[in-house]
Write a protein of this length. Structure first.
Length: 515
């Protein structure tokens, strides 16, 4: 995936008079020219970088720019989807949390923010308030069915005889609401009672040994042997579509891992694989981004032999329980795409909230909002309210006219091949819109005036193994924010897409190096 703009000459000037070096900077192409290293350059750059942080402690982000993919993986229409793209191989979890709350999503090291107004299938970020979650009847049925299978009737019968419940306990359990945490752990081997049978003097074992572990997101042949059949069987993809390298890039190259303590509970942050094993065999893997304020479900793949057991529901319930137990607060389910039936299931987890693309507020996905999303090709509750208020003020009336309904196209969706949202990083045919990003008024993107307030002069710029500040680049002060072919214009577009939390929170721009 690459964005091509005309070349720009960038000059770094240093405090030493008369000392400078030049480098041709192709605006944003797939392979950037590297700065030529000389002893004098190393000395000069060292002066600038002496007091700046190292790249390892900073999110270094490389802009790929605003572009339009000429095909859509959801409706297969040629109108495609427009997004702003960037890459980062060391995105900090705190920064990614801020990006997710602005409508961003990642695929491997590729990060993208969709333009909902110029997409055939608008993507709305959706999340669940985990502490308030109430399981539906079908969700309870799925977990109870799985638990009965894993435990087996013999185990359940023997244990119930050894540990009979009192009448009061039975009545209390009937009256109490569904206990999510108890249900998801009920058949996990580590949580089971394995009493000794008084007759045989042997511990009573369940029919199957079910284990769930949060593991590193590293590659293994065990995971690959589940992933490839899943893609071929469930998504109908050719075996040649995937290689070890593409699998690693897609699902094994996530956020750096660390552990923090919050409310007396140790919480893991970063990307992990939640692995589900039955009788020692891996049957499913949930790829999770554990963020400061939420668990983000990235992808799920499973052994197709277990398709009838609703592993999607089981894994979602297990992930919601993880969110509650470790106090992550929110469970992010990626994107809600109203036109895609395979994505609409996300609204069945209650209560879910959809990110308003303009105000960036979270709105409850209730009947009214769902109806508006279904009947409008693009909908913003804040934008709709603002329009109504403008009408009231203009007309001086007590009622506002309803928002205009843009007819929604009826796409020919291939429902069989869609289950979770993903943006692969393959090189698809793309179109680079002319002009500046600011010309397109993308929802959730900062305006030119808002970017000017960020004072980009002090933003860090990656140079080999350290940083300089933008204002130390010769010609920076003469550049224009609205010139997409200037360094200042490129940085301004990136800042507009990232938002103030990331720009002012210790990030840096990378234009020269891959990754």
């Amino acid at each position: 995936m690459s964005v091509k703009r005309s070349s720009t000459t960038v000059t770094l000037h240093t405090p030493a008079a008369g000392q400078c070096y030049h480098e041709r900077l192709p605006g944003m192409t797939g392979a950037f020219s590297r700065i030529r290293s000389t002893e004098s350059q190393n000395t000069l750059v060292g002066v600038l970088m002496a007091s700046l942080p190292s790249p390892s402690s900073t999110s270094v982000i490389r802009p790929l720019g605003y572009q339009k993919k000429l095909s859509c993986g959801y409706c297969k229409e040629s109108t495609g989807n427009s997004s702003y793209y960037a890459t980062s191989s060391n995105m900090k979890v705190e920064h990614y949390q801020a990006l997710v709350d602005r409508g961003w999503r990642r695929s491997g090291h590729t990060y993208y923010k969709p333009d909902l107004t110029r997409s055939c299938c608008p993507h709305y970020t959706i999340r669940l308030d985990a502490d308030k979650f109430r399981a539906s009847k079908s969700q309870r049925r799925a977990i109870n069915r799985w638990n009965r299978y894993v435990l087996g009737s013999e185990y359940m019968s023997k244990v119930s005889k050894l540990y009979p419940r009192s009448r009061e306990e039975k009545q209390r359990r009937r009256k109490s609401s569904f206990d999510l945490e108890a249900a998801v752990h009920a058949s996990e081997y580590a949580s089971l009672q394995r009493p000794v049978d008084p007759r045989t003097k042997i511990s009573i074992e369940p029919a199957h040994k079910f284990e769930v572990n949060l593991e590193s997101d590293s590659f293994s042949n065990e995971k690959w042997d589940v992933f490839l059949p899943y893609q071929m069987t469930i998504h109908k993809e050719a075996e040649s579509r995937w290689s070890h390298a593409s699998f690693k890039r897609f699902l094994c190259s996530g956020l750096d891992q660390k552990i923090i303590k919050s409310k007396g509970v140790a919480r893991k942050l970063g990307t992990y694989h939640q692995c589900y094993r039955l009788d020692g065999k891996l049957i499913a893997v949930g790829v999770l981004d554990l963020l400061p304020h939420g668990v983000s479900s990235v992808y799920l793949f499973y052994d197709p032999e277990w398709e009838d057991w609703e592993l999607g529901k089981l894994s979602a319930l297990r992930e919601i329980a993880l969110t509650r137990e470790a106090h992550y607060q929110y469970y992010y389910m990626g994107y809600y795409i109203p036109s895609c039936i395979k994505m609409r299931y996300k609204g069945s987890y209650w209560p879910t909230y959809v990110l308003d693309p303009e105000s960036l507020d979270w709105n409850l996905l209730d009947t009214d909002l769902r109806k508006n999303l279904d009947t409008h090709h693009y909908f913003s509750l804040s934008g709709n309210n603002k329009r109504n208020q403008n009408v009231l003020e203009a007309n001086g009336t007590a009622e506002a006219s309803p928002a205009p309904v843009i007819p929604k196209p009826e796409p020919d969706i291939d429902y069989t091949s869609l289950e979770v949202d993903s943006e692969d990083d393959s090189v698809d045919e793309t179109e680079i819109p002319p002009g500046s990003l600011f010309d397109y008024h993308v929802p959730g993107i900062l305006s030119q005036e808002e970017v000017e307030k960020l004072k980009l002069d002090k933003w860090k710029f990656l140079l080999r193994n350290g940083f300089v500040e933008m204002e130390d680049l010769k010609g920076w002060e003469r550049g224009k924010l609205t010139d997409p072919q200037s360094l200042k214009g490129i940085a301004a577009e990136l800042a507009a897409a990232l938002g103030p939390e990331v720009v002012k929170g210790g990030s840096a721009v990378n234009l020269f190096y891959d990754g």
